[in-house]
Write a protein that binds this ligand. Sequence first.
Ligand SMILES: O=C(CO)[C@H](O)[C@H](O)COP(=O)(O)O
Length: 236
Amino acid sequence: MSAEIDPVKLMKQEVGKAAAALVESGTIVGLGTGSTTAYAIQYIGDRLKSGEIKDIVGIPTSFQAEVLAKEYGIPLTTLDAVDHIDIAIDGADEVDPNKNLIKGGGAAHTREKVVDALANKFVVVVDSGKLVERLGSTFKLPVEVIPMAITPVMRAIAKLGGKPELRMGIRKAGPVITDQGNMVVDVTFDSIDNPAELEKTLNNIPGVLENGLFVGVTDVVLVGEVKDGKPLVYEM
Ligand SMILES: O=C(CO)[C@H](O)[C@H](O)COP(=O)(O)O
């Protein structure tokens, strides 16, 4: 009897492989965070190992990406050592028809925004379940906040009409702590009508480091889907 293959895992694998195929020899590559990008990192490592590509360096967007890159043999560098990023590959929690995103499900959106926005080509990898008509309809908006400002920031977000919740750890008592040592507030908005404006408004609250709205940053969205039991990848 053959084991059932998880369709979501299959979509993530295929879209990760398709994104890894876009990486060319001699390039600087932004390495995103999350379970979908993890496959892309794995396949970039495979292509390096097989000699299909050479001389690439990665810039990780999180501790997780750094650990995976090391595991799969991708040499790493930092933003201090380079003057550009050729391509960045990263996941998303929601993608709207204008290729605007909500990110931060892995609490890594601050570093992700730095790296993804710097890239000459930013490739988003998602399964089809992440496509939405309107941002905020299925996923709460993550906001990274410095710990001493958590109470006033949550109050300010509530005044904007959002419902903020402090993200709590799983298998860790207390709040999630980001790679920068900060906390994350997940905010429910009834409707995000103007993502560009909300991105700026939230970042203007003293104590907010960065929020998970990525507006006008994406170049390419690769979507993984399973049709009749077979995985396929298309560009949105
Ligand atoms: O923004 C992120 C991390 O901060 C991730 O890219 C996003 O949460 C998608 O993750 P996954 O591919 O595991 O669904």
